[in-house]
Design a protein around this ligand. Structure first.
Ligand code: SF4
Length: 348
């Protein structure tokens, strides 16, 4: 599998247009950081929905709020200085119950139960999640013990089984090894095993393959797809790599300056983008098999400071299609075609 950007097929788009029922919904989510020099509006009114057993790709340049949005979902924002100031994070459980994660006490048992057992997160650098002082098998079994009613022996067996599921050879030996004894790709597999050990409904993967070489990246992505089928998990894939998104995602949310500016099935993002920022992202990366011979065009200008008070569209000073209204009024994020939303005056 290549990791160059490849346009997704129409059959995928048809499938993606199927009605889906959401497992996780973000409504008007705002997470701010209150610093001495001002307020950083890292997430500034995000609406998004993740379908059961689907993959949502979240893309955008560094600092656009992708990671902070989903760290907010896990309630992993360091407070102070960060705080969720507004909005809802609704987890629709299998039993039909809905819980608003924003309302939970960060130290509560309920939130601890959700983290790991219902929503799990993996990071770019596995060492941020793995404890260097404990063997990897023990780390997985501790997580299983915390969330499931199993004996210590059964939880260790589960750890070995999970290492086997993520295709780590000789899992019986590896469970006794420490993270530093494993390669980068193997550590990432262990983290996936750890994340999936309690069969969560949602797996949030924050740049899971960025630190790995291309061959290992492809193996990890294949593994995530395989495990998604097996465990029926929804995946949120946070990445700056549109190639990865084109191969993994059912839907894509494009973020800019703490907001989602476009949301659509993956086919429509690649073939019918509506927001000039999405067009800019697509034009600035190589497309495998693209018929036209367009040159790569970087997006001009810089992302404004998240502390800046902006009137109008936040993309206006970088947008080749900016109009007068763009400098005066903020475009509303709304649906312009079924299932395809964007925040841009061009479509009003
Ligand atoms: Fe460009 Fe205006 Fe659309 Fe913003 S609203 S992306 S400035 S056309």
């Amino acid at each position: 599998m290549t990791l160059s950007q490849q346009a997704p097929s129409r059959s995928a788009a048809k499938e993606n247009n199927d009605q889906e029922d959401a497992i996780l919904e973000l409504r008007g989510l705002k997470t701010y950081f209150f610093l001495e020099r001002g307020v950083v509006k890292a997430v500034d009114g995000v609406d998004a929905s993740i379908g059961r057993k689907k993959t949502l790709g979240v893309v955008g340049e560094s600092g656009c709020g992708k990671s902070v949005t989903f760290r907010s979902v896990m309630r992993l924002i360091q407070s102070p200085p960060g705080r969720i100031v507004e909005g809802e994070i609704l987890l629709h459980r299998k039993d039909g119950d809905t819980v608003d994660i924003v309302k939970l006490d960060p130290r509560s048992r309920q939130l601890r139960d959700i983290r790991g057992a219902e929503i799990a997160m993996i990071f770019q650098e596995p060492m941020t999640s793995l404890n260097p002082l404990h063997p990897v098998g023990r780390q997985i079994s501790e997580s299983v013990l915390l969330h499931q009613n199993l004996s210590r022996r059964a939880s260790l067996e589960r750890a070995e089984e999970m290492l086997n599921r993520v295709h780590i050879a000789d899992p019986g030996r590896r469970i006794g090894e420490y993270p530093h004894q494993l390669s980068g790709g193997m550590r990432q597999r262990v983290m996936i095993a750890l994340a999936l050990s309690c069969n969560p409904s949602v797996l949030i993967a924050d740049e899971p393959t960025t630190a790995l070489d291309v061959t290992v990246q492809a193996q990890i992505l294949d593994l995530m797809r395989e495990l998604q089928d097996e465990f029926d998990s929804a995946i949120v894939l946070i990445t700056h790599n549109l190639g990865v998104v084109s191969q993994m995602a059912d839907h894509v949310a494009v973020m800019y300056m703490g907001r989602v500016v476009e949301y659509a099935p993956v086919y429509d993002i690649f073939h019918n983008p509506k927001h000039p920022y999405t067009v800019g992202l697509l034009n600035s990366v190589p497309v495998l098999g693209r018929k036209d011979d367009k040159k790569l065009v970087p997006i001009t200008g810089m992302v404004p400071s998240p502390m800046e008070e902006i009137t109008g569209c936040a993309f206006a000073d970088r947008c080749p299609q900016a109009m007068e209204i763009c400098w005066q009024q903020t475009p509303e994020f709304k649906e312009h075609e079924p299932g395809h939303s964007a925040a841009c005056w061009l479509h009003d």
